[in-house]
Design a protein around this ligand. Structure first.
Ligand code: GLU
Length: 375
């Protein structure tokens, strides 16, 4: 019989694993290759059960620092030092992942994102399409913040929230945060002997938030505060989240075999929440009028195709939020896949016509159903 524990990982279809700097890099000796090999083996096991796997890896700055003798071994680096250290560390990190997965006959794809890639809608759609292509090709995306160009004002700074944004972006159903902490405790375990590990968090309330003390180490930026922030992003986006220790080899198999961890349940109606975010959170940049057939299709949960569009107005870009109007009334809104010029050129057209106007790489939907909400 299949296990019904929430930590039975075989039931998840798309899993993002985030690994912290202190797991990936030893400050003295550099990349912890045999540990990474054990992680890769775990990732492939998940794939054997039918899941897509993505890895968000920290460690670029820590590794770059390890390779440059003139950089101090510990303590904070200046922004310029971190950016340059990341340039050195990232190339070595990418190569290591590629070598390890290459031996297992699996391709990897390096995706370096800045905060604008998840917070600006047009770039969000682009990044999502790229990562989805990698997954379709059975490659393992290796993701990190592009620390070399990120500045203090415009960066995530921690890969916990970055990983949660990525998990929501690709509709993952599980995010695993591996670090040197084995879960969420009721109080800081280092200073409170009565601190208890919380195994299950059904909902992130004020009490849970209050449990997040500061636990950042020298190598990584994320403490429990950023992990709880990540849990809020992930669970609201419909993914479960696990915090577990990655100190030992095969850290993901350890969770599967019932090892210590904290499991955060996904929010109740994630799809509605995401659609609420689309409907409520963003400004409206244009209008798309549709015919009765398209309106019926949209109500039935289908994507909006160019064929059903009768008029386009407003100077919107790809990824902007537009209103969908039927018989003079706003009936829905969503994130549009074309800018206003192309949308206007292909309005009313069937697929064959679109290809002759835009070439073979056109997108089938004007608005994909995942990005569409009836209001
Ligand atoms: N992006 C940083 C790096 O690769 C790590 C951020 C973090 O520790 O969460 O070095």
């Amino acid at each position: 019989m299949k296990s019904t524990l929430p930590t039975d990982l075989t039931r998840f279809r798309r899993i993002v694993i985030k690994v912290g700097s202190s797991l990936v890099v030893d400050p003295e000796t550099g990349v912890r290759r045999s540990w990474l090999e054990s992680l890769a083996a775990d990732a492939l096991k998940l794939r054997e059960h039918g899941a897509d796997v993505l890895i968000v890896s920290s460690g670029a700055i820590a590794l770059g620092r390890n390779r440059i003798d003139s950089l101090p071994r510990d303590g904070k680096l200046s922004l310029a030092q971190s950016q340059a250290a990341a340039a050195i560390g990232q190339i070595a990190l990418g190569r290591t992942f590629d070598e390890i997965f290459g031996k297992l006959n699996v391709a990897t794809g390096l995706v370096l994102v800045t905060i604008g890639d998840t917070e600006t809608r047009r770039r969000y759609l682009n990044a999502r399409a790229t990562i989805n292509s990698l997954l379709e090709w059975q490659a393992v995306p290796i993701i990190n913040e592009n620390d070399t160009v990120a500045t203090n004002e415009i960066r995530y700074g921690d890969n916990d929230r970055l990983a949660a944004r990525v998990a929501t972006m690709v509709d993952a159903d599980l995010l695993i945060l591996l670090s040197d902490i084995d879960g969420l405790y009721s109080a800081p375990p280092a200073s409170d002997p009565n601190a208890k590990l919380i195994e299950l968090v059904p909902e992130i309330n004020d009490e849970i938030k209050a449990m997040a003390g500061e636990a950042a180490s020298n190598l990584s930026r994320g403490g429990m505060v950023t992990k709880i922030a990540a849990a809020q992003i992930a669970t609201n986006g419909g993914a479960a989240m696990i915090i577990a220790s990655g100190k030992k080899d095969h850290p993901v198999s350890a969770i599967q075999s019932g090892g210590t961890c904290t499991f955060f349940s996904p929010a109740d109606k994630p799809v509605n929440q995401r659609k609420k975010w689309i409907a409520g959170g963003l400004g409206i940049d244009g209008q798309i009028e549709i015919d009765a057939g398209a309106w019926r299709a949209v109500q039935a949960g289908s994507s909006l195709l160019p064929a059903g569009v009768t008029n386009v107005s407003g100077a919107f870009s790809r990824g902007d939020t537009v209103e969908i109007v039927f018989e003079g009334k706003k009936v829905a809104c969503g994130l549009v896949q074309y800018d206003f010029k192309d949308a206007d050129r292909i309005a009313g057209m069937q697929s064959e016509g679109i290809e002759s106007v835009l070439g073979e790489n056109y997108r089938v939907e004007m608005i994909h159903r995942d990005d569409l909400v009836v209001v």
